[in-house]
Ligand binder design. Structure first.
Ligand SMILES: [Fe+2]
Length: 223
């Protein structure tokens, strides 16, 4: 067989190009099967249809609380983040009853899945805090270590509301081959977005003059 040769006279291997292989496979006995995608990441959203019945009163409560309690510096830059035990305030109880029902029913639905080995009654709310994202504020990329699930309840969205942006845990490795390593969700008032706590996420800059309000929480497995 005659091989092509390189500039120094060495024979070049005859490796077909990918599109030549594809054409050849039509004439040969090579059969392709549908691809399989391993280890999908579950994100679950839910909506409280009665959210508007307590939303405004809850926002008033939160504003009042933020005026009396200093911000806590975590992943937030430029906004207000409450202490993560604010929900234990007695006066918050009426709102907490509604929120905890919404959270725990979403959690129960999340783990009602043949791929998940944790039962709903093993899970509990561990902590919760709220964020006021003023103009130009945002939350840097972070995870919630030590928890199994994390979530956000969107209380007040703004025009062109900054999205929550998730990134694949191995995004740098994936980026060598794949187009999509990040996915975002638009905040919708009264909606919860529940996701694995180890999944890196951030909230983009609020360019609006109005305040974006959200409540974040963690779910742990009881031992
Ligand atoms: Fe977070």
């Amino acid at each position: 067989m005659e091989y092509e040769k390189d500039s120094r006279g060495r024979p070049l291997p005859n490796i077909p190009l990918p599109n030549e292989i594809k054409d050849a496979s039509k004439q040969m006995s090579i059969k392709l099967y549908p691809p399989e995608y391993l280890f999908p990441t579950k994100i679950l959203t839910s909506c409280d249809g009665d959210f508007n019945s307590y939303r405004d009163d809850m926002i008033k409560w939160m504003v009042d609380y933020s005026n009396k309690n200093e911000t806590v510096g975590k992943s937030n830059l430029g906004g207000y983040q409450s202490p993560d035990n604010f929900y234990l305030e007695e006066s918050f109880a009426p709102f907490m009853n509604r929120i905890s029902d919404h959270i725990m029913s979403t959690v129960a639905d999340y783990v009602d899945d043949k791929n998940i080995h944790v039962d709903a009654d093993q899970l509990k709310l561990c902590n919760m805090w709220f964020n006021f994202n003023y103009k130009d504020s945002y939350n840097v990329t972070h995870t919630h270590p030590g928890c199994v699930l994390a979530g956000v309840l969107w209380v007040q969205s703004v025009e062109e509301s900054p999205h929550i942006m998730f990134e694949a845990c191995d995004c740098f490795a994936r980026a060598a081959l794949e187009r999509i390593t990040h996915e975002s969700f638009e905040p919708k008032e009264g909606f919860i977005c529940l996701f694995p706590a180890h999944m890196p996420h951030r909230v983009d800059i609020n360019h609006s003059e109005h305040t974006r309000i959200s409540i974040s929480f963690n779910i742990v497995q009881q031992t």
